[in-house]
Ligand binder design. Sequence first.
Ligand SMILES: Nc1ncnc2c1ncn2[C@@H]1O[C@H](COP(=O)(O)OP(=O)(O)OP(=O)(O)O)[C@@H](O)[C@H]1O
Ligand SMILES: [Mg+2]
Length: 284
Amino acid sequence: MHQLQQSVDATPSEEPAKRLGRAIVVTSGKGGVGKTTTTANLGTALAARGARVVLVDADVGLRNLDIVLGLESRVKYHVLDVLEEKVSIDDALVADKRVETLSLLAAAQTREKDEVDTEKMRALIQMLRERFDYVLIDCPAGIEQGFQNAVVGAEEAIVVCTPEVSAVRDVDRVVGLLGNRFKPQLIINRLRPQLVKKGKMLSVEDVNGILHLPLLGVIADEPEIIVTTNKGEPLALRRDGATASAYHAIAARVAGEDVPAPTVEVKETSFLDKLGAFFGGRKS
Ligand SMILES: Nc1ncnc2c1ncn2[C@@H]1O[C@H](COP(=O)(O)OP(=O)(O)OP(=O)(O)O)[C@@H](O)[C@H]1O
Ligand SMILES: [Mg+2]
């Protein structure tokens, strides 16, 4: 019998208890708020600490995580190949060459979310928990079948929210659907401190005044993220810079370290920046 089917059929008493890794779903409800970016960077930062990390792309039909990680050319098989028992987990895992404890299980690109057998997905995540310290699951947008498949094997949730009323409302809905069992924690993404200062964007307090969730971290709206995403080099491969540091601080918090409260610096526009703007935006 195939490994995965055995695991679906197994009753807990049949196997000796193993120390399982943590399965954490990264979700949001709303699309495009930064779930995949967060999964890639948090996974990279956790692996850089020496933890064994697998990133599971549960966005079947719209896979992206492989590109953000720069691993797309090495993906041969995907999560549905494993669920349908065409290949083993080992065949489908892609090991990152830059951070040796980081692996990816890619999503199928030409299949539909409702082709996923939810019970087999649960069994797959369970098997990954036996081999990795962290199983981070990149959830698709929405709250339909794709969401159900992504959360079924998870025990914890990280919700990503941008400082927009619509994103906050969707996170609120998702947290309600998840319930307390998932101990949801919040990452606020794409904050622009200058806009908050001018009262043109929701602040961390505004967002969490509604959500009331444990705050894991705040990530600024960071042009470098778009550059690094296009290069397939997650920002968290680096240690320098405020945003890379913010991802490493989030990883430390996830790992249970007592790290100081998250903040985002408000960069004052310097005289040279103003001069640059005066000369058509050219930076000196
Ligand atoms: N902190 C950030 N600063 C700037 N750009 C960001 C930031 N986070 C994410 N982005 C950009 O926003 C876009 C959407 O991000 P991403 O794909 O991670 O969102 P998503 O929630 O996974 O989307 P989907 O719901 O479609 O899966 C990408 O172009 C990404 O580079
Ligand atoms: Mg995504």
